[in-house]
Design a protein around this ligand. Structure first.
Ligand code: ASP
Length: 286
């Protein structure tokens, strides 16, 4: 049995279907999650991750991605990368072909080019127009901060093996160079085959401060179900991080035996679940 999870209704569906297709045609879990996130990144109509997602305050798109294997904690990430897609494939290269965990910014772009990635224009007319509109009235960032999700985070499980991965354009119109939780192990993703895996999406500053994914996995290690573990993470955030109550922060988790849970500080959260080719979307409400 293979179980794959993917965040958010629209990009989550693109990602999970591509991931399952890869898995179903013989790909491993790392291949499947990479294929899923790459499909969502390369779809210019999804204004969420990769090509055609919302840029930073100066109108440049800076992307982050991460991938982690639960069997041995092998992991790789890139952050603040410009003009390269899919960044999840670059994160995988860091994981498999370097002794490092993360490569950042301009050096990540240079590393990508050395590895054969073609630099390309990642902005579309649509997102340039949205950025120009935002620049005319920056108070609009409040609307985006509260309503827009810019990350797809995925978890995969097969025969006791787990992989977690994430790709994001970060918060819309962020300060140049800003990096959130998604490429940070323990914050945006975490996987440990002894216990389970977890991922996050929402306000990256609050999720990082909470080390949300690691905390969820460690709660599961203590014997909590994934649902209770995620609720405890969110309760802890609300108690200790007042800002987390105002901004959507989501954590979701899967135990090594395939049980699933999720919780959010506010509003609602859609999670796609694929079990051996059967797809379903579940909504979790704060
Ligand atoms: N967590 C991402 C970040 O803060 C944003 C998101 O999940 O939408 O970079």
């Amino acid at each position: 049995m293979t179980t794959i999870l993917s965040t958010w209704k629209e990009p989550g569906e693109v990602a999970i279907r591509a991931a399952w297709k890869k898995r179903d045609t013989g790909g491993g879990l790392v291949d499947a999650l990479e294929a899923g996130l790459a499909a969502a990144e390369l779809d210019p109509n999804l204004i969420m991750i990769g090509l055609g997602s919302l840029p930073n305050a100066e109108g440049d798109l800076e992307l982050d991605a991460s991938i982690m294997r639960g069997s041995d904690y092998l992991c790789g990430a890139v952050c603040a990368v410009r003009n390269i897609v899919p960044v999840i494939s670059l994160a995988r290269k860091v994981m498999e072909d370097t002794p490092h965990v993360m490569i950042a910014g301009e050096q990540a772009r240079r590393y990508a080019i050395e590895q054969g990635f073609e630099p390309r224009q990642t902005l579309t007319g649509e997102v340039i127009a949205r950025w120009e509109e935002w620049r005319e009235s920056p108070e609009r960032i409040k609307v985006y901060e509260h309503t827009h999700s810019d990350t797809v985070t995925m978890l995969g499980l097969s025969e006791g093996k787990m992989v977690a991965a994430s790709s994001t354009s970060g918060l819309p119109f962020k300060q140049p160079g800003r990096v959130g939780d998604s490429p940070i192990f323990g914050a945006g993703i975490y996987a440990d085959d002894e216990v389970g895996s977890a991922g996050a999406t929402g306000n990256g500053e609050e999720l990082w401060k909470a080390v949300a994914s690691f905390r969820a996995v460690e709660f599961m290690r203590q014997g909590m179900s994934p649902q209770v573990a995620c609720e405890r993470v969110i309760e802890h955030m609300i108690r200790r991080q007042p800002r987390a109550q105002e901004l959507p922060c989501v954590v979701f988790a899967m135990s090594r035996d395939g049980e699933i849970g999720a919780a959010t500080t506010k509003d609602q959260f859609d999670l796609w679940i694929c079990q051996d080719g059967e797809f379903e979307m579940k909504t979790f409400v704060a």
